[in-house]
Write a protein that binds this ligand. Structure first.
Ligand SMILES: [Cu+2]
Length: 386
């Protein structure tokens, strides 16, 4: 008994301390979209109603148990069906009350919320395509021709407890999704490999990204800010490492960001047409390897066989990638990186990486980790193979 009291006091002390409460709250995160507002209102309304019903039923039960107790000579009822008007009323009135609560009090707001959630097209101002990949998000603005990937940037040293964890541990990315406030954004989502789920709690949206399907949701963000979320569908080894970060900004700022993104893409396209030197390819290749390959093939190139074969060693370097006529060798190194390998975890990187990135990373893999193929892949060659 004394032990129990101690545990109870301990729990109360922990719950009562401000530190324990800092990261938690009783309700949803502050809503910033119409869907999130409505979800919260429906949730709160339902909570109030079911709490009232719970205490009303509990009170009637307690009263009945007390007022009709056996000690005073009360007998258990032995009827099997209602057989008087009064008994029928006792059956039908709660039944009608439940129907009314379910279909009217709960039903109308719930139906309205679902209709609203599904209405992605009415007055939509812009479209964003969200593609899940093991293990990152790809964002595309089809009307603007802008496309980029968004990856976790929390260092592995924090994950392995070598360094202390930062403020936005596992919730920080290299390229956040930038969106204007006050615009209805229609999202179209799909996946490159397995099922993922795009979830931002403050937006009140969570949609599965299913390979081979397009699924939709929408958001009109009312407050500028940084909103964070996560993949909410277990999608493999690095599921915990593909967060969502959204920067909601005023429209002018969004336009500025879009313009800089476009000029960055134009610069990249121009650099594709130049002949690259080995050092530049190796340097860029090392960065691409770290962000796109290292999770599976490991930072040291040794892989995690049998699922993730090593890059280090003769196998990769000895495969040719182009023949004398400049055609891609089927099943060769470049083909594997661009088109993936059927029946394995190796997916196609053709859409995800640029010509420069593919050329650089293949060059890097052929000439790093003790590999010495000595050959270079030019971005222009990759471009010609698309
Ligand atoms: Cu996922």
């Amino acid at each position: 008994m004394r032990g129990l009291i101690k545990v109870g006091l301990g729990v109360m002390a922990t719950l009562g301390s401000m530190a324990a409460w800092a990261d938690y709250s009783w309700n949803f995160p502050t809503p910033v979209t119409p869907i999130a507002h409505e979800t919260l209102e429906v949730h709160n309304l339902f909570m109030i109603i079911i709490t009232v019903i719970f205490f009303a039923v509990l009170a009637i039960m307690l009263y009945s148990m007390w007022a009709h107790r056996k000690r005073d000579g009360h007998q258990a009822a032995d009827f099997v069906k209602p057989n008087s008007r009064k008994q029928w009323a006792w059956v039908m009135v709660p039944f009608a009350a439940l129907l009314f609560i379910d279909y009217v009090v709960f039903g109308i707001p719930a139906y309205h919320a679902v209709l609203m959630y599904e209405d992605t097209k009415t007055d939509a101002d812009m479209v964003v395509k969200v593609t899940g990949s093991q293990w990152l998000w790809e964002y595309e603005y089809p009307e603007e021709g802008v496309k980029f990937t968004s990856r976790l940037v929390t260092p592995r040293t924090q994950v392995m407890n070598v360094d202390p964890k930062g403020e936005h541990y596992l919730l920080e990315v290299d390229n956040p999704l930038v969106l204007p406030v006050g615009k209805k954004i229609r999202f179209i989502t799909t996946s490159n490999d397995v099922i993922h789920s795009w979830w931002v709690p403050a937006f009140g949206v969570k949609r599965d990204a299913v390979p081979g399907f397009l699924r939709e949701f929408w958001a009109t963000i009312d407050t500028p800010g940084v909103y964070r979320g996560q993949c909410a569908e277990l999608c493999g080894k690095e599921h915990a490492f593909m967060p969502v970060v959204v920067h909601a900004v005023p429209e002018a700022e969004y336009r500025e960001w879009l313009a800089s993104k476009k000029s960055g893409q134009a610069q990249l396209a121009a650099s594709t047409d130049q002949t690259w030197g080995k050092d530049d390819l190796m340097q860029t290749g090392a960065d691409v390897y770290a962000k796109s390959c290292a999770a599976c093939h490991q930072p040291d190139g040794k892989g995690l066989p049998p699922a993730f074969p090593p890059i280090a060693g003769a196998a990769v370097a000895s495969t040719a990638f182009m023949d004398a006529e400049g055609n891609m060798v089927k099943g060769g190194h470049l083909d594997t990186v661009m088109n993936g390998r059927t029946g394995s975890a190796m997916r196609a990187f053709k859409e995800e990486l640029s010509d420069v990135e593919i050329a650089a990373v293949v060059t890097y893999q052929r000439n790093a980790f003790g590999n010495a193929a000595g050959d270079l892949v030019q971005p222009l060659a990759v471009k010609s193979l698309r």
